[in-house]
Design a protein around this ligand. Structure first.
Ligand SMILES: CC1=C(CCC(=O)O)c2cc3nc(cc4[nH]c(cc5[nH]c(cc1n2)c(C)c5CCC(=O)O)c(CCC(=O)O)c4C)C(CCC(=O)O)=C3C
Ligand SMILES: [Fe+2]
Length: 401
């Protein structure tokens, strides 16, 4: 299913979709303008692009091999992670979450009179992206708008989805017949931000009700290698240490604190679920290390906000609800974990708003964005979120190289 390695990148001005398939020149011209908004497109289907997870004990190891293919993840780490899944019967809830999100999107689209079927395909487990593309094609669809289940920039959270879509176009031989674009990154879209605001306000109230008086808010997200973080986002913009990935999380966290009137409550962005060899630097601090410091600073409670995730999947259940909660107890901290967006009505409506933007070509000034970083790009910029360790691989829905 992989695109041949060593393949030469296409010329710098092409929008890569798949060999032989380019978007119309007008679309390209529009998206290169200062507004980075593309012309309206009459999409005929949605592709919900998920991560995928095992649904039984026999799936666990093959799933982990899919996720880590070609990546130097040590075997001990795979064993350790397999154990997290085995603890829950080998079943990750993530596929069920995506089934629910698919159904909720379908309902919301219908309620607004938008006749677009939602096809669902995962990167790492069935139903796979190539199956979804084949199903879309068999149903007579040609212009797909992808909604990845990830809100931020970085190789793991954006480009890898785009590369896997490019691979799927190649593997299915549908590259000349299907166009696959994607919605802009929605880390600062009100639909994504609102559920966290609601959850954090409730979490703070709950902890205060339990008697905590010196609470710190921990906004947590997946750690990634610092080299990936530095390359996250468009290559022609500087986002400081940690690249666009860290900058987006910090900006959203600040917006959430302000939105609920908690500017004076201490908070920080922390990282979780690190893997890879110890010699390789990843974003820090780890959530557990950060918590160990808090009693010394006079804190007696933490609200954990899983800002980097869309649903209560394994990274949330195990790494937060088991591990981080245990760490909190060890350090005498009262703790509560806020829900992920899941199928919160504001989130589902927000995703449909993103689809409508692209159907209508909404001007950038009319696009909602809660941070100064956005609204983000309709089409990923050249060199966006590249993985220097793996090298160049073609990616759908972006400018090359
Ligand atoms: C940024 C990011 C997100 C958020 C964006 C998004 O949501 O897409 C995310 C989500 C997820 N990560 C997940 C699972 C795993 N991630 C792994 C490994 C890795 N993740 C990374 C990053 C991210 N991961 C990285 C840099 C690696 C190292 C290897 C590599 O470069 O790829 C491994 C291998 C073992 C390990 O090392 O932990 C597993 C099993 C699941 C499914 C959970 C379930 O099944 O419920 C989900 C939603
Ligand atoms: Fe991951």
């Amino acid at each position: 299913m992989s695109v041949g390695t060593g393949q030469k990148p296409p010329p710098a001005t092409d929008v890569f979709l798949a060999p032989g398939a380019l978007v119309p020149a007008a679309t390209l011209a529009a998206q290169q303008g200062p507004e980075h908004v593309v012309e309206p497109v009459a999409y005929d289907a949605i592709l919900l692009a998920g991560f995928g997870g095992p649904e039984g004990q026999d799936d666990v190891i093959p799933f982990l091999r899919n996720v880590t293919a070609g990546r130097g993840i040590p075997d001990e780490r795979l064993e350790e992670v397999a154990h997290h899944y085995r603890h829950y019967g080998g079943i990750s809830p993530i596929n069920e979450h995506n089934r629910q999100l698919q159904a909720a999107l379908q309902t919301e689209l219908a309620a607004r009179g938008i006749d677009l079927p939602v096809h669902w395909g995962n990167r790492n487990w069935a139903p796979y992206v190539p199956d979804a593309l084949a199903a879309a094609h068999a149903a007579g669809h040609h212009r797909l708008l992808a909604i990845p289940t990830s809100a931020y920039s970085s190789y793991s959270s954006c480009r890898q989805y785009r590369e896997d879509i490019a691979d799927a176009l190649e593997a299915t031989g549908l590259g000349a017949e299907l166009v696959v674009d994607k919605v802009r990154q929605y880390f600062d879209h009100p639909g994504f931000v609102t559920p966290f605001c609601d959850g954090l306000a409730e979490g703070l109230a709950e902890l205060r009700g339990r008697g905590a008086t010196a609470i710190e808010v921990l906004f947590t997200t997946h750690s990634i290698p610092t080299v990936d973080a530095e390359r996250s986002g468009p290559a022609d913009r500087d986002f400081g240490d940690g690249g666009a990935y860290a900058a987006q999380h910090h900006a959203v966290a600040e917006v959430v604190m302000e939105a609920i009137g908690e500017q004076d409550t201490p908070w920080q962005v922390v990282y979780q679920s690190r893997s890879g060899p110890p010699s390789q630097p990843w974003l820090e601090p780890d959530i557990n290390d950060a918590m160990a410091e808090l009693p010394g600073q006079g804190r007696d409670g933490v609200v954990i906000v899983p800002l980097g995730f869309l649903s209560d999947h394994m990274e949330v259940l195990w790494d937060l609800d088991n591990e981080a909660m245990e760490t909190a107890a060890e350090h005498g901290l009262a703790a509560v974990r806020v829900p992920t967006p899941g199928v919160h009505p504001a989130f589902v409506a927000g995703l449909v708003d993103l689809v409508v933007e692209r159907l209508q070509g909404t001007p950038v000034a009319q696009r909602p964005a809660r941070t100064g970083l956005g609204p983000w790009y309709d089409v990923c910029r050249p060199g966006c979120c590249e993985n220097v360790r793996r090298g160049f691989r073609p990616a759908a829905a972006g400018l090359q190289p």
